[in-house]
Design a protein around this ligand. Structure first.
Ligand code: GZL
Length: 330
């Protein structure tokens, strides 16, 4: 009799262990092959790898995500990578060890993520990209962010209109290899191809920062072709604001001698437009906190979400900046 009861107890223990292990495994993958969290913590634990604090846009983006997490009582594990991919990869691996429910990250560049994304997939943790994409479409659940190609097109359309299709253009590019830098350049060039009177004669990365934007613009203006520059396309407002300083130091009038269009729509850009030194900013909305946490809640509940959740954006010019600035949220 005793042998039988011991056998039954042993089988029961094995069955219980099997159930517990099964509970830990993620639920079946969604349409994009990424799993929903098996048993989300309370409060929810979200790991967020942010690129850095290189621009006003980035600071507004971080603030939006931090404040929304606090408002919803989410345990946000925030990591600032100082614009270094290796720091982001370290943070992503740490999130796996910390057993977060969801991983969110803004990839500083588009490539080099496959190994760590596979480790995250094997750990059964869903991945949401905010702001920028990676090339491995099958290794994340969704991307929440802008259409950077369209932003580039909008900038070129403004410049073609403002210069009647005649411009000698300097271009300040974003971080080399970054999704917005690649696509803003692509969209701008696509529209420029329709305007033979518009030529880019200088193009270099200003790394999305004011300091580097000023430095590179100074080099452009001091070059032999410098005096011929009549327009500037900056991939973000911070580089445009740095370039404005360099243009003034060179004794030329930003917004008049050199027509300037940039991207982001941060407050300082509106202030420059009110001063007449910037002609146009193409909006790129950094306030992704609310849509991010709405999406996380859906994923945690096992709901399907689109592969790309695009943000709504406008184009703002010097003509209406004094009015527009009154209602800006960042
Ligand atoms: C765009 C974002 C860019 C901003 C810059 O979504 O990735 O990075 O345009 C920021 O200001 O540095």
């Amino acid at each position: 009799m005793q042998r039988t009861s011991r056998l039954v107890a042993c089988l029961g223990a094995i069955a219980l262990a099997a159930v517990l292990v099964a509970c830990k495994k993620p639920t079946s993958p969604d349409a994009h092959g990424t799993p929903a969290p098996a048993s989300p913590k309370s409060p929810l634990k979200v790991g967020f790898s942010q690129i850095g604090a290189e621009s006003d846009w980035r600071k507004a983006n971080s603030e939006s995500i931090r404040s929304e997490a606090a408002a919803r009582g989410v345990n946000l594990v925030f990591s600032d990578a100082q614009q270094k991919q290796e720091n982001q990869i370290k943070a992503l691996r740490t999130f796996i060890v910390q057993d977060v429910d969801v991983i969110v990250f803004a990839p500083v560049v588009k490539t080099g993520w496959e190994p760590v994304l596979r480790e995250i997939r094997d750990a059964g943790i869903p991945v949401i990209l905010t702001d920028r994409r990676v090339e491995n479409e099958d290794l994340y659940t969704t991307f929440i962010g802008a259409d950077f190609v369209e932003e580039g097109r909008r900038a070129a359309r403004f410049l073609a209109d403002a210069t009647s299709g005649n411009a000698v253009i300097a271009e300040l590019e974003g971080t080399p290899g970054a999704d917005p830098a690649i696509d803003r350049k692509k969209g701008f060039a696509e529209v420029l191809a329709q305007h033979p009177g518009m030529k880019i004669i200088k193009s270099q990365s200003g790394e999305f920062t004011r300091a580097k934007g000023r430095e590179v613009m100074e080099t452009f203006l001091k070059s032999p072709e410098g005096p011929s520059i009549t327009a500037l396309y900056a991939h973000n407002d911070d580089m445009a604001l740095g370039a404005i300083q360099a243009i003034e130091e060179a004794g030329r009038r930003p917004g008049e001698d050199i027509i300037i269009v940039s991207v982001d729509g941060v407050r300082a850009a509106f202030e420059a437009m009110v001063e007449g030194k910037l002609n146009c900013t193409v909006e790129c909305n950094p306030l992704l906190g609310p849509i991010l946490f709405d999406t996380i809640e859906k994923i945690v509940a096992g709901q399907q979400v689109p592969k790309w959740i695009a943000t709504e954006e406008g184009v703002f010019t010097r003509q209406t900046a004094a009015e527009d600035i009154k209602t800006r949220k960042y």
